[in-house]
Design a protein around this ligand. Structure first.
Ligand code: SAH
Length: 226
């Protein structure tokens, strides 16, 4: 059960998101119910992970490819003590999320517009985050190359995935080795009714990362590590 204040904030988030979604195409979810189940509850699945429930004032969380603000905003509302950052390469999406953040007065969110491949080489961001979250961005081999540069050694990468990841997991073996990412947990969860079963794949960054990574803009997707 969600705490009453949090529940209220999350419903307000849905209203504001749907309003923004009529102006821009942020997501296919256009009804309140779809947005609640498919975006909000799906984002909150991460609350079931033990290490995340220990997030405190020193914890920094980066959501790569945040789009319309998921999982960024539900997590920022759930962990108000932690610092949350949302990165997306599309300025109009970042602007929409910023308007939601302003309307709700969410104090612990910073938005960044840029490519993961570029910010991952910037010393202000490289190796600076305890936790990186990724939903709906790319296949595992590509997204680990986007994500690993941002994570502190010992930090975590949480990936939102469907139940069908067998092939993706196989195809990510080289990427995991090259990028020092070790699969720690496959956490299954269920959403109401038609939304069904999904999973969070959690990786731990085991060590430092070679200066080769990330490769140039576009390369992690065009020529994924295989
Ligand atoms: N996380 C959101 C949006 C997923 S769509 C959700 O689950 O609803 C993927 C988003 O990633 C898009 O908004 C796109 O603009 C952004 N994106 C794609 N490649 C990127 C890159 N290399 N760096 C930063 N953002 C990227």
């Amino acid at each position: 059960m969600l705490d009453e204040t949090l529940d209220k904030s999350l419903h307000r988030l849905v209203d504001l998101f749907l309003e923004e979604n009529t102006k821009l195409n942020l997501s296919a979810f256009r009804s309140e119910e779809d947005c609640w189940n498919g975006n909000v509850l799906d984002s909150l699945a991460a609350l079931e992970l033990d290490f995340l429930s220990q997030a405190n004032a020193g914890t920094s969380v980066l959501d790569i490819g945040t789009g319309g603000g998921f999982p960024l905003l539900p997590l920022a509302l759930s962990f108000p003590a932690a610092r949350h950052f949302g990165l997306d390469s599309t300025q109009k999406k970042i602007d929409a999320v910023q308007r939601i953040v302003n309307a709700m007065n969410i104090p612990n969110v910073t938005l960044l517009c840029g490519r993961a491949e570029e910010l991952g080489r910037d010393s202000q961001h490289r190796g600076q985050y305890d936790i990186v979250t990724v939903r709906g961005l790319a296949a595992l081999n590509t997204l680990l190359e986007y994500a690993s540069p941002f994570v502190k050694p010992g930090g975590y990468i949480i990936c939102w995935k469907s139940m069908k990841t067998e092939q993706e997991l196989k195809d990510s073996l080289l990427a995991r080795a090259e990028l020092s990412c070790q699969l720690k947990t496959q956490h299954r969860y269920s959403l109401p009714e038609k939304w069904g079963e999904r999973q969070l794949l959690v990786f731990v960054k085991r060590g430092p990362l070679s200066a080769k990574y990330p490769r140039a803009v576009g390369m992690p997707k065009k020529k994924p590590l295989l």
